[in-house]
Design a binder for this molecule. Structure first.
Ligand code: NAD
Length: 260
């Protein structure tokens, strides 16, 4: 299989998009570490991988904002599986507020998880990838890496920052055979999105139906949510792509909401 011998670390894989990426990489042969702060969710993903194809997977506690824990957990994965080939930096949260009501501590929390987490997991992963002379860094961006929406100052700033980090890593990683790309999904129905439907309805003074049909899907070509499998298929493609021909890119998976 395409990803036989591939060892992947997927952050935030105890839920949503990360879980489906982990399942999909495992289906294609990879051994996968499920890195999350939610150990119940992480264990559930490991169990699903075992039941699905009997593949080897491990759950690791990794708060992506804690440098010591990120390094320790990444090293533990490399020790158990022998190498690190793929990092999917996916852990994330959403917080929506108009800026005048946005507590700075919440802005910092979101930036710490998305941007700090991407930075710290990259730093810990390349320590293993560079000596191997190969690796794939895959960052979870968003259409909000390219577009802006009201109420999402922290999220849009963080997702734009991830593009910058990924582009730097394409340049720094090239001589070590390490590629770096960003996946930019449109709206995907996960707990992160379910939670913001009533919040946005409240803040924008519109119905939940309008949030879904107008705010979330209004600019898609077919009024359709992107699925976790759509995003996971792109992650598997990037994990298996073997040369620097495809590096420093962002791939937008959004039913045409965003075209670049
Ligand atoms: P989710 O809430 O289903 O999953 C997020 C996971 O991240 C959870 O398991 C959570 O425990 C974990 N997490 C949170 N903080 C963490 C931390 N400090 N350390 C480690 N793990 C942590 O959300 P999702 O929709 O699957 O989102 C995954 C990624 O996809 C996020 O980066 C999000 O911004 C991005 N994204 C989501 C959508 C969407 O519509 N759902 C669209 C574009 C991008």
């Amino acid at each position: 299989m395409k990803l036989d011998n591939n060892v992947a670390v997927v952050t935030g894989a105890g839920s949503g998009i990360g879980r489906q990426i982990a399942l999909t990489l495992a289906r294609q042969g990879a051994r996968v570490a499920i890195a999350d702060i939610d150990m119940d969710g992480a264990s559930e993903t490991v169990e699903q991988i075992r039941q699905d194809r009997g593949r080897e997977a491990m759950a690791v506690h990794m708060d992506v904002t804690n440098e010591a824990e990120v390094t320790e957990s990444m090293d533990a994965v490399a020790k158990r599986f022998g190498r690190i080939d793929t990092l999917v930096s996916n852990a994330g949260i959403q917080i929506v507020h108009p800026i005048q009501d946005f507590p700075y501590a919440q802005f910092q929390k979101l930036m710490d998880i998305h941007v700090g987490g991407a930075f710290l997991t990259t730093k810990a992963a390349v320590k293993h990838m560079y000596p191997q002379g190969s690796g794939s860094l895959i960052y979870m961006g968003s259409v909000h890496s390219h577009e802006a929406s009201p109420l999402k100052s922290a999220y849009v700033a963080a997702k734009h920052a991830i593009l910058g980090l990924a582009r730097v890593m394409a340049k720094e990683g090239a001589e070590h055979g390490v590629r770096s790309n960003v996946i930019c999904p449109g709206f995907v129905k996960t707990p992160l999105v379910e939670k913001q439907i009533p919040e946005q309805a409240h803040d924008l003074g519109i119905s939940e139906e309008e949030v879904v049909n107008r705010v979330m899907l209004g600019d898609t070509v077919d009024q359709t949510f992107t699925t976790v499998q759509d995003v996971a298929d792109v992650a598997a493609f990037l994990a298996g792509f073997e040369t620097n021909a495809l590096t420093g890119q962002s791939i937008i998976v959004s039913h045409g909401w965003c075209m670049k």
